[in-house]
Design a binder for this molecule. Structure first.
Ligand code: NAD
Length: 313
């Protein structure tokens, strides 16, 4: 039976460490870390995601400075709100919740976020830092995948890794992070030929195609490690009852792949919880950097171990 890469368990562990870091720095900082989730319009799924992020923030002691602008807001209004948050000294992390209402281009608005407060790690400056191997906030979903792999001690040095998907949100930064960990990385995408043969080369297969149940037994090498980033709501079935919302599935046919592999993430409960947690990590790291060097050993004392060391680039 495959090892389950349990994102909920790891998220809880990282939240405990964040709580400790926040409590230890509060007096010196004089204020808690602040995260602003900026929502525009009334996309119902976004409402749930924003609430989850704010709940997770509260659990570790991060103050929420969220703003909710009406659906008809102009680009200038959203930009002004981003600039206000950039200038607010109580805000360490800013996240523009996507999707935006039709008619608002996300690119210029995302680029307007101060790169030092880029909780999502998606600002071009921070993607550039990832490319160059420099410190900076990392994209949350792939950083969460790296944390799951590290926790399970999956060897990456020299391993063959295949990433299915080449989005800026997941696939591209994922490939860069695996490469930085000395894996040999192949990026597959919708125009790749013979996806199954490519995937079977992988010691570590990360799937972020956004295609429900795309990957099955024919795509995996026995003993591989499989990370399923995809998340999809299935249409309600009779088994869900009258008020049923349908279950969730990933890009991987779990029941087919699990018996073949060494380790696999479940959906839900794998990558998803770690994405939110890495948002908190980026916010706390930015807060800590604003008032103190990351870890200091004063007066010849040995430096205390940094509880976040394994999570930061
Ligand atoms: P996207 O649609 O932007 O990109 C999908 C990528 O997959 C594209 O590069 C495309 O070329 C590739 N692709 C599509 N069909 C393919 C096929 N048949 N064969 C090979 N490659 C194919 O999606 P995204 O934003 O990268 O997200 C991917 C999935 O991950 C979605 O299901 C999304 O909901 C999920 N997601 C989950 C989390 C999380 O926290 N769990 C976070 C972000 C995204």
């Amino acid at each position: 039976m495959a090892e389950l890469l349990d994102g909920r368990l790891l998220a809880k562990d990282v939240e405990d460490r964040l709580q400790q870091v926040v409590a230890a720095g509060l007096e010196r900082a004089g204020r808690p870390p602040g995260l602003a989730v900026l929502r525009v319009g009334d996309d119902p799924a976004s409402g749930v995601y924003v609430a989850n992020k704010e709940k997770a923030s509260a659990r570790v002691g991060i103050a929420s400075h969220g703003a909710h602008l009406p659906a008809g807001s102009s680009a200038a209004t959203v930009l002004a709100e981003i600039q206000r948050l950039n200038a607010d000294p109580a805000v360490d992390g800013i996240l523009l919740q996507l999707p935006l209402p039709a008619g608002l281009a996300e690119g210029p608005l995302l680029n307007a976020i101060d790169p030092g407060k880029d909780a999502d790690g998606l600002h071009p400056c921070n993607l550039g830092r990832l490319l160059k191997g420099e410190p900076g906030p990392r994209s949350c979903t792939p950083a969460g995948v790296m944390a799951l792999l590290a926790r399970a001690r999956v060897p990456l040095e020299g391993a063959r890794a295949v990433v299915v998907g080449r989005s800026i949100l997941v696939g591209q930064p994922m490939a860069l992070m695996l490469q930085a960990a000395n894996a040999t990385v192949t990026v597959a995408h919708s125009r790749s030929r013979d996806l199954a043969a490519l995937c079977r080369e992988a010691d570590v297969l990360v799937v972020a195609a956004g295609r429900p149940r795309l990957i099955g037994a024919e795509h995996v090498k026995p003993g591989a490690v499989v990370v399923d980033v995809g998340i999809h709501r299935l249409p309600p079935s009779a088994a869900d009852g009258p008020s049923g919302r349908g279950g969730l599935c990933g890009d991987v046919r779990f029941e087919e792949v699990e018996p073949l592999v060494a380790a696999i993430t479940p959906v839900p409960g794998g990558v998803g919880p770690m994405t939110v947690t890495m948002l908190l990590v980026n916010t706390v790291a930015s807060w800590r950097a604003a008032f103190a060097p990351p870890v200091a050993g004063a007066g010849g004392e040995p430096a205390a171990a940094d509880p976040l060391a394994d999570l930061l680039p």
